[in-house]
Design a protein around this ligand. Structure first.
Ligand code: NZQ
Ligand code: ZN
Length: 385
């Protein structure tokens, strides 16, 4: 196992009705800015629950944060924070709203050009306005991690950042608020959490038994419960398990002390920057092709994944690897997510664009061995057409 330094400071309030507990978590003397997305939180009544829990507090609201949150929108929120001396932020929404809130929290305390935060991947951040979240879409793990991704269409860029200052102080996870999710978003969430787990598991062995065992349990849970969530959208136990799985998939626990890949994500971000394809759908396209391409480097873990997650134990090594790649693709398709670039209108020209963008953004040594450069990315994308 590799050395690691693991600290996750985010308090989790989990379960039915726990939005009411906000009154004890948001500092009593805070001037609060509630941030939300395109209107789902208003329509579903989640915002009303939040307002009620915080009755009598000094509060402002900022709505309109887009899926794949836009840089220009975050700057408007920064202005509002500065003009109104806001001291605490509360994100109400999915990964996009929480990611945007992290960026806004850091940008509001940053004296230079906020764009530096993205070009430095977050390393220029030295402070942030404290913030909490009320999660409405289990997927990204943003509710219990320190990272985010911001899109700037003017620069054709979707860039990640992270900072120790960007952990939520707390996150409220009430599985009942996820009942209103359309099936497309349920599927996206399951596949995103699945690929987060894979990025930290399907690399090479380092004798990390706990991390591997946890990762395998998360993957098996998603495979079993993902399709059931589509069939029975108001089953509390299924929703609760999916919500906690997505959080655990990217809160640092399974990634501590193990090699990590993230090439699928970095290539996927460029597809979204190109044509706004949902994040999880880009992953479902890239991952099967990437693991096929990287089968030698990932051989041992691919065989472990086949056996421990999919119960594939028969046949030669290569047959089992072929079978587990097909099983993975089949799972994404079963969730209603297409796995070919052509399904998202990306052709050979689109691939040229994605490969140039990877170069422009310095994404030229991806993967656990830093071995996925522009040529490998092109090969992976061409095989995914
Ligand atoms: O905008 P509103 O109206 O709120 O609607 C949203 C949005 O249209 C809707 N929604 C959310 N909760 C709902 C709901 N609709 C009905 N009922 C509810 N309870 O769902 C749509 C998608 O929301 P979004 O927040 O965009 O989805 P997700 O949580 O999948 O977040 C995706 C973003 O997170 C980034 C992605 O790149 C993408 O920008 N990621 C963040 C990560 C992180 N911080 O660690 C890691 C991930 O790999 C990912 O890159
Ligand atoms: Zn993701």
């Amino acid at each position: 196992m590799k050395n690691f330094n693991f600290h996750n400071p985010t308090r989790i309030l989990f379960g039915k009705g726990c939005i009411a507990e906000l009154k004890d978590q948001v500092p009593a003397d805070a001037k609060v800015l509630i941030l939300y997305g395109g209107g789902s939180a208003e329509r579903t009544g989640v915002l009303d629950q939040v307002r009620e829990a915080l009755t009598g507090r000094a509060m402002l609201e900022f709505g309109g944060i887009e899926p794949n949150p836009r840089y220009a929108t975050t700057l408007k929120a920064v202005e509002m924070i500065r003009e109104n001396a806001v001291t605490f932020l509360l994100a109400v929404g999915g990964g996009s709203v929480i990611d945007a809130t992290k960026f806004i929290a850091a940008a509001a305390k940053y004296d230079g050009d906020a764009w530096d935060i993205l070009t430095s991947r977050g390393s220029v951040i030295t402070q942030a306005v404290p913030f909490g979240s009320v999660l409405t879409l289990p997927a990204t793990g943003s509710e219990m991690n320190s990272g985010g991704v911001i899109t700037n269409p003017e620069k054709e860029a979707k860039l990640p950042f992270s900072s120790l200052y960007c952990y939520p102080v707390f996150s409220v996870l009430d599985p009942e608020v996820t009942y209103t999710l359309p099936s497309r978003q349920i599927a996206n969430g399951v596949v995103d959490a699945f690929v987060h787990t894979i990025e930290q598991y399907l690399t090479y062995p380092v004798a990390a038994r706990v991390q591997d065992g946890f990762a395998e349990a998360l993957l098996r849970t998603l495979i079993e419960l993902g399709p059931k969530a589509l069939e029975t959208p108001e089953d509390y136990d299924i929703r609760a398990n999916l919500m906690w799985t997505a959080t655990m998939a990217l809160n640092g626990l399974i990634g501590a002390g193990v090699p990590q890949d993230w090439a699928t994500h970095m290539i996927g971000h460029e597809i979204t920057a190109l044509n706004d394809t949902d994040h999880a759908r880009t992953l479902a396209v890239v991952l099967p092709s990437l693991i096929d391409d990287q089968r030698e480097a990932k051989r041992e873990k691919l065989l472990q994944y086949a056996s421990n997650v999919w119960n594939i134990r028969e046949g030669s090594d290569d047959e089992r690897i072929d079978a587990v790649i097909e099983a993975t693709r089949g799972f994404f398709e079963q969730m209603g997510i297409k796995t070919r670039l052509g399904d998202y209108d990306v052709d050979a020209d689109g691939i040229n664009h994605i490969v140039s963008a990877l170069k422009e953004h310095g994404m030229t040594a991806l993967g656990e061995h830093n071995a996925i450069g522009p040529d490998e990315a092109r090969r992976i994308l061409e095989a995914a057409l």
